[in-house]
Design a protein. Structure first.
Length: 426
């Protein structure tokens, strides 16, 4: 972590990209420390099976929220005029609220049709539409904060979620309720974060009160219709590739094994997700400006690629050396299995660490069709790597290794394709 801070901090003087990235990085560092603490507390208070059920809930919400707001959050940074972005934000909010309500009605009317959610207990299942709506609003509000470079408010909101989750995990443990406690903690904590962002968004939007009509709001949705047309299915495939994994694991190896996998992914994503978000969000904002001006941001792409490769090497090397021991020490002896799983997935994690921030290049250049193809390959890698091993009766470690290698190959294709687009060569 010291290496990461030194690498980024040493480069701040070279431009606003690094300065903004460091601001977002340092602002969100505390949130990931709190999230790591909440993981340790949850591992001590709750079983692997309960954490596995929570992961299934999270995965289901992630796949469903992709459709809830049409992925218009990725378009918020593109309009040149601020009032155009305001209309797009309002359209996305209306779409999210309507989609969440529709999902609740569908779930109530056709509960049996959602048999793929069998790993989630009945009472918790009806929290799903609310959580999907919360995630949708969070994504939209956060996109607005990135557009306006309000990284301070964005960082505070990111810290609020894990802090509320940690508090609720402990409190709800002692409360006798029928709803799965970890899932309820997630819903309440995300709600607190959304309300915090909403307060600041309302302040920004007041200046446009009376200047934006319903017709203009609807028109903005049609103007950027290529985002739900291509980015939405692309993001759904991306979500299906990642969030469909727990359902495959649950089907072949059970909820407990899914819990061990979930903890491995959370432990790695705690430090890596912090850096990916800081780099990816600032790269998205800066590349939107550069590409809009001259359709060439190759220098920014290469600079970001080199930074990500350096950091990924250090993070993955440390994870390989200490993963099993660290899990056993911080989470308890039984969780050493998560450390073993993490080692198996390191080839995938190494290149995905680099590919995730840079995939924004496809969105900025409005190459949604290419983005869709990349996500389709990620999805196939998970189905082939996990599905074939599972159907043939193989063990979970072998399946994770196969998936990891295939997914790493796709990440390499994604990085190379993004480089060509940044150089305006395709």
């Amino acid at each position: 972590m010291c290496f990461v801070l030194w690498t980024v901090g040493n480069a701040v003087k070279t431009g606003s990209f690094y300065a903004n990235m460091l601001k977002l990085f340092t602002g969100t560092f505390g949130s990931h420390v709190i999230w790591g603490l909440s993981m340790m507390v949850a591992a001590r208070l709750y079983t692997a099976e309960e954490i596995g059920e929570e992961q299934l809930f999270l995965s289901a919400a992630s796949m469903l929220e992709t459709w809830a707001y049409g992925r218009y959050d990725k378009a918020v940074a593109i309009p040149k005029e601020q009032f155009q972005a305001v209309r797009l934000v309002l359209f996305s909010v209306l779409l999210s609220l309507g989609s969440g309500t529709l999902l609740l009605l569908l779930l109530a009317a056709m509960r049996d049709s959602f048999s793929w959610l069998a790993g989630i207990s009945g009472g918790s299942l009806f929290l799903l539409p609310l959580f999907v709506m919360e995630i949708s609003l969070y994504m939209i509000f956060y996109a607005w904060l990135v557009r306006t470079k309000n990284y301070t408010v964005a960082s505070k909101g990111l810290a609020l979620f894990p802090a509320a989750y940690l508090f609720l995990c402990v409190v709800l443990y002692f409360v006798p309720i029928s709803v799965q406690k970890l899932i309820l903690a997630l819903v309440l904590a995300r709600g607190a974060e959304v309300l915090y962002y909403m307060r600041h968004l309302y302040r920004d939007m007041r200046a446009y009160k009376g200047r934006v009509s319903v017709r203009e709001v609807l028109q903005s949705g049609r103007e950027y219709a290529d985002f739900p047309k291509y980015v939405l299915p692309g993001k759904f495939l991306e979500s299906l590739a990642a969030d469909g994994v727990p359902f495959l694991l649950n089907a072949f190896w059970g909820t407990t094994a899914t819990g061990y996998y979930a903890m491995a992914m959370r432990a790695f994503s705690s430090p890596s997700g912090l850096i990916q978000k800081a780099v990816g969000d600032v790269f998205w904002q800066e590349s939107s400006i550069l590409y809009g001006r001259c359709s060439d941001c190759s220098l920014l792409y290469r600079k970001t690629l080199l930074l990500c490769l350096k950091i990924s090497t250090v993070v993955c090397a440390c994870a390989y050396l200490v993963a099993p021991t660290a899990f056993s020490l911080f989470f308890g002896g039984d969780w050493i299995v998560s450390g073993i799983y993490m080692r198996r997935m390191l080839p995938m994690m190494f290149l995905m660490f680099v590919a995730v921030p840079l995939v924004n290049m496809y969105i900025v250049a409005r190459r949604q069709c290419a983005f869709l193809g990349i996500q389709a390959m990620y999805f196939l890698s998970s189905v082939i790597g996990l599905g074939i091993v599972g159907w043939s009766g193989g063990d979970m470690e072998t399946a994770l290794t196969a998936w990891s290698v295939l997914s790493a190959m796709v990440s390499g294709v994604s990085i190379y394709g993004g480089k060509r687009i940044a150089e305006n060569q395709c």
